[in-house]
Design a protein around this ligand. Structure first.
Ligand SMILES: [Zn+2]
Length: 192
């Protein structure tokens, strides 16, 4: 695993710390919220393996997976490369339409202002997130963009699916980072 990381992360200054959490393989037969959030969780693990803050997102439409992505801000040096943004673009490409009505976004952490806004503009039907974020979350954490009355679109929100697992992953990542590279941890991004 560490070897693969080194191969894909030639821009990383330090060796990424190895992710101690294994990916999960849920049954394909039960496609409930936990199933899709598990796929988002696996994407978060993939982010960690690439030395990115471990946040993952997938999008479901008609019972099918049409997008899966993880945070790529560091490797792309792009502040918009959040898991949700990348997944929304993938989903629009898959459906051939920017309107994602009928689709559900599953993400391991409550979306930030940018991703909450993009989810509204994409006209998603539902957003499911695992960890609430009182620092940057904009679907009820800090504020609720979905509650703006003048917007002509709103979606259903489901909170707390696989919350404990996603929180353990994210907190362990920051704990290990802080121990090894205290000066590199951006506290504003972390979930405490
Ligand atoms: Zn975001």
């Amino acid at each position: 695993m560490a070897k693969a990381n080194q191969e894909t992360e030639n821009m990383a200054v330090e060796n990424p710390l190895e992710c101690p959490f294994p990916k999960r393989y849920p049954s394909q037969l039960v496609r409930d919220d936990a199933f899709f959030m598990t796929l988002a969780y696996n994407q978060a693990i993939e982010a960690w393996r690439r030395d990115e803050v471990p946040i993952g997102a997938v999008i479901e439409y008609g019972g099918d997976l049409i997008a899966s992505a993880h945070n790529e801000v560091e490797s792309t040096r792009d502040p918009t490369a959040h898991a949700e943004m990348l997944a929304l673009t993938q989903a629009a490409n898959a459906l051939g339409d920017w309107r994602l009505t009928g689709a559900t976004l599953f993400v391991t952490k409550e979306p930030c202002p940018m991703c909450s806004g993009a989810s509204l503009m994409a006209r998603l039907s539902r957003v499911v997130y695992a960890i609430p974020d009182v620092k940057t979350g904009c679907l009820g954490g800090v504020t609720d963009l979905n509650g703006i009355g003048s917007l002509n679109h709103h979606f259903a929100v489901t909170r707390g699916v696989l919350e404990a697992d996603c929180l353990e992953l994210l907190q362990t990542f920051f704990r290990q980072k802080r121990k090894s590279f205290p000066s590199t941890v951006d506290e504003s991004k972390s979930i405490e």
